[in-house]
Write a new protein. Structure first.
Lengths: 393, 284
C-alpha cells in the first residue's frame, strides 16, 4: 500500500505575526497562548499523517480543532507556514506547499477533488453544468464533458434532474450534485469537508451509505472531516483525532474506542455505542490466556462451565458444557437456532460484538468460541469480557 | 474679525489660483487633445441623434416597446412604455427626448465601460479601493457647477462636455456596485472555483462575474438614473435635449413648458428604470 497524501510536520498559522507564532509553536505553546502573545491564530501544528491509497481517513475533532484547516492544506486552500504536504501524482509525490501555480492547478484539476459542507454549488448553473464545472475549467471538450457528466449524474441518481437549477433541489440532492462534481474530474483523491453536517439525520445516514457503496466501487482515497464520531466510526478506515490544532491520536476505529490516548479522546468516545465498532477479535481472550486442563481440554470461561478439547491441529475435537457433551455451531445463523443448553456458539474474529452477545443470550450465557478461517480455535469470549468491553473497564 | 482669524486668513492658500494655473496649462498645451475628443464625441452623438430622428416616431416607439418586451417578457410593461412614449410625442417633445435618450444611453454605456473594470480591479485590491473611495466621494459630492467650468473651457459647448460631466457624476455608481457585488460573492463559491483548479481569469468569468451580476445590473439601473438627473445641468452647457426646455422655462417663468418637459423627463426615467432592471425580477 502506498501513500496518496502525506503530511509532514505541517504548521498552519493565520494572521500577520507568523514568525513569532511559529517560534511559540516550537516551544509547544497552546493555541490560546499564541493568540494572546502574537495575535496570530494557530490553525494546526506539527501535523504528521499518512493517508494510504484507497482508504477513508477521517479527521475528527470539535470545531476549531484544526481538522478542516489540515484538510484544506491538501489542495492549498490553506497555505502551510511550514512543512510539506505530499500529494501523489501518477508515480511522483508532489509537495503542494512548494510547487508552482501550474503544477498546483494540475493537482487541483486532475488529482484532488473537493466536496464542501455548504455544497459550494453555483446557483446560476444547472445541475449538469455544476457537475461539469471542474471539467470545464480543465478544458475537457464539450462532447466528452457531456458524456462524463451524464455518467456521474446516473451514479448519484440525479439524471432526471440534470436541467434543474441547484437551488431547486433539496439539501441532500444538492450534496449529491457536489459529490458528482467531485467524481466527474476522476481525481483519485477526494477531500470531504463535513459534507453531510448540513443535512438532516435521515438524509445524512442515507448519503453515508451511498458514499460507502460508491467507495466500494471507485476505490478513491478519501480524507473526510467530521465532528460526529458515529459518522467517523461508520465510514472511516482510519481516524485521526485533533485538539487545539494538534493531532492527539491516529488509529483504526476500534483502537480509538478501546485505547483512547487521553481524556479528550475519552470524552469524545464517551457517548459512542461500542457495539457499533467492536468485533469479536477486540474483546476475546487469547487461547494462551485460557485455563488449560489435562488431555488438551481448555476452559472457555472463568466460571469453568464450558470446555473444548483441542487436537494437535488446533481444531476442536470435543466440547462439554456443565459436564455434559455439547456441540458447537456457528453464530452466523444464531437466529435460526433453537434455545438449547447443549450448544456452544463460535464466531470469527470479524463477527460483530452484537452478534456475539446475541449468541450468548441464546445459549444461556455460554461463552462464545473464536475460530480462524481454517476453523482453528484462537480464543474465547466470556460474559465478563463482553461487559468490560461495553463498559470500557 | 478677531486677530487669530485674521492671522489665519492673512495667508490664504491659493487653491483657486493653482487650479486656474493648472487648467490654463492644459488649455495652452493640450487643446488639440481635448478638441479632438470633443469633436469625435459630437460627431458620433449628433450622428446617432440624426439617424434616430430619420425614423418615424411611431416606429421608434414600437421598437422601444419591443425591446422592453424582449428584456422583461411582460406585455404590460411594453404597453406602458408605448403609451408613455406616445404621450411625449403628443406633447411635441420627441426630438428633445431622442437627444436626451442618446445622451443618457451614451453616458451610461461609457460609465459602465469605465466603472465595471475599475470595480473589478478594486474588488481584488482592497488597498487600491481605500485610495479610490475619496475620489469617488469627490466625484459624487463636488457640486456639478464647479467642474462645469473647467469642462466648458477644455471641451467647449455642446453635447460632448454634457456627456463628460454626466460620466463624472454617474461612473461612481457602477464602480461601487461592481466592487460590492464581487467582494460579496460567497466564499464557498470562490473556494469551489479554486479547489477545481480555476485560473484567476476563469474565476472572474465563471464565478465572480456571474455571482455579482445582479448587483452589477443594479449598478446599471442606478447609473442610468444618475445620468438622467444630469440632463438639465448638461443643458446649461449647451447639450440639446429635454433639459433645454426646462432651462428655457425657468428663465422665462413659463409654467406650461416647464411642466410638459418635466413630465417627459419623469416618463423617460420610469421607462428606462423598468427596462434596465435586467435579471433582478423586479419588473415581473
Amino acid at each position: 500500500m502506498s501513500a496518496a497524501v502525506d503530511f509532514k510536520n505541517v504548521d498552519i498559522v493565520f494572521g500577520a505575526a507568523r514568525k513569532e507564532a511559529l517560534a511559540l509553536v516550537d516551544r509547544g505553546a497552546t493555541r490560546q497562548e499564541i493568540l494572546e502573545k502574537t495575535g496570530a491564530v494557530l490553525g494546526c501544528a506539527g501535523a504528521n499523517l499518512t493517508v494510504n491509497e484507497g482508504e477513508i481517513s477521517v479527521l475528527m475533532g470539535l470545531s476549531g480543532s484544526g481538522k478542516s484547516t489540515l484538510l484544506r492544506a491538501v489542495n492549498l486552500l490553506n497555505v502551510p507556514a511550514r512543512g510539506n504536504v505530499m500529494v501523489k501524482d501518477g508515480d511522483r509525490m508532489i509537495d503542494v506547499a512548494a510547487c508552482d501555480a501550474a503544477t498546483l492547478r494540475h493537482i487541483r484539476q486532475t488529482r484532488v477533488a473537493m466536496v464542501f459542507q455548504q455544497f459550494g454549488l453555483l446557483p446560476w448553473r444547472t445541475v449538469a453544468e455544476n457537475v461539469g464545472f471542474g471539467l470545464e475549467l480543465s478544458g475537457v471538450p464539450e462532447a466528452e464533458r457531456k458524456a462524463r457528466v451524464e455518467r456521474q449524474l446516473k451514479l448519484v441518481g440525479l439524471d432526471q434532474w440534470a436541467s434543474k437549477y441547484a437551488h431547486e433541489l433539496s439539501g441532500g440532492m444538492q450534496q449529491r450534485v457536489g459529490l458528482a462534481r467531485a467524481f466527474a474530474t476522476e481525481a483519485p483523491i477526494l477531500l470531504m469537508d463535513e459534507p453531510f453536517s448540513a443535512l438532516d439525520p435521515l438524509i445524512r445516514t442515507k448519503l453515508q451509505d451511498e458514499l460507502l457503496q460508491l467507495q466500494a466501487e471507485l476505490k478513491k482515497t478519501i480524507i473526510f472531516v467530521s465532528h460526529d464520531l458515529e459518522e467517523a466510526l461508520k465510514i472511516g478506515s482510519h481516524i485521526t483525532i485533533m485538539e487545539g490544532g494538534r493531532i492527539v491520536q491516529t488509529g483504526a476505529p476500534e483502537d480509538i474506542v478501546l485505547r483512547p490516548a487521553n481524556d479528550y479522546v475519552r470524552d469524545f468516545i464517551a457517548n459512542v455505542n461500542p457495539l457499533s465498532v467492536l468485533t469479536a477479535w477486540n474483546v476475546m481472550r487469547d487461547r494462551r490466556d485460557l485455563d488449560h486442563g489435562e488431555d488438551g481440554w481448555v476452559w472457555l470461561d472463568r466460571r469453568k462451565t464450558t470446555r473444548f478439547k483441542i487436537d494437535a491441529h488446533g481444531l476442536v475435537a470435543a466440547a462439554e458444557r456443565d459436564g455434559k457433551p455439547a456441540f458447537w455451531v456457528s453464530c452466523a445463523d444464531v437466529e435460526a437456532q433453537p434455545e438449547e443448553t447443549t450448544q456452544v456458539f463460535w464466531a470469527n474474529p470479524g463477527t460483530s460484538l452484537k452478534t456475539v452477545m446475541l449468541a450468548m443470550h441464546r445459549s444461556q450465557t455460554a461463552p462464545v468460541a473464536l475460530f480462524d478461517d481454517q476453523s482453528r480455535f484462537v480464543g474465547a469470549i466470556g460474559i465478563r469480557d463482553v461487559l468490560s468491553a461495553v463498559l470500557r473497564r | 474679525m478677531d486677530p487669530v482669524s485674521q492671522l489665519i486668513s492673512s495667508f490664504k492658500i491659493p487653491i483657486g489660483r493653482w487650479g486656474k494655473t493648472f487648467f490654463d496649462f492644459l488649455t495652452t498645451n493640450f487643446e488639440w487633445f481635448f478638441d479632438s475628443i470633443a469633436d469625435g464625441l459630437t460627431v458620433v452623438l449628433d450622428g446617432l441623434v440624426d439617424l434616430l430622428l430619420l425614423v418615424p416616431p411611431v416606429l421608434l416607439v414600437a421598437a422601444i416597446a419591443g425591446l422592453a418586451w424582449y428584456l422583461q417578457k411582460s406585455w404590460k410593461l411594453a404597453l406602458a412604455v408605448a403609451l408613455g412614449l406616445l404621450f411625449i410625442v403628443n406633447q411635441d417633445l420627441w426630438q428633445e427626448t431622442v437627444e436626451t435618450l442618446v445622451l443618457v444611453v451614451g453616458a451610461a454605456a461609457a460609465s459602465m465601460a469605465i466603472g465595471v473594470p475599475i470595480g473589478i480591479w478594486a474588488a481584488h485590491n482592497e488597498r487600491g479601493y481605500r485610495y479610490l473611495q475619496p475620489v469617488l466621494d469627490l466625484m459624487q459630492t463636488m457640486p456639478t457647477f464647479v467642474y462645469l467650468i473647467p469642462v466648458l473651457i477644455l471641451f467647449g459647448l455642446g453635447i460632448a462636455p454634457g456627456l463628460i460631466v454626466t460620466v463624472i457624476f454617474a461612473a461612481p455608481a457602477p464602480i461601487r456596485l461592481t466592487h460590492l457585488g464581487i467582494t460579496s460573492v460567497p466564499k464557498p463559491m470562490i473556494e469551489a472555483g479554486e479547489a477545481f483548479g480555476a485560473t484567476k481569469r476563469q474565476l472572474l468569468w465563471k464565478v465572480e462575474l456571474p455571482a455579482a451580476l445582479p448587483t452589477i445590473m443594479a449598478g446599471l439601473t442606478q447609473c442610468i438614473m444618475l445620468c438622467l438627473s444630469m440632463v438639465v445641468i448638461a443643458a446649461l452647457i449647451g447639450a440639446n435635449g429635454l433639459g433645454k426646455p426646462v432651462v428655457r422655462a425657468l428663465n422665462s417663468v413659463n409654467i406650461p413648458l416647464g411642466l410638459e418637459a418635466g413630465l417627459a423627463i419623469v416618463v423617460l426615467a420610469i421607462i428606462l428604470d423598468r427596462i434596465s432592471r435586467i435579471g433582478t425580477g423586479a419588473a415581473k
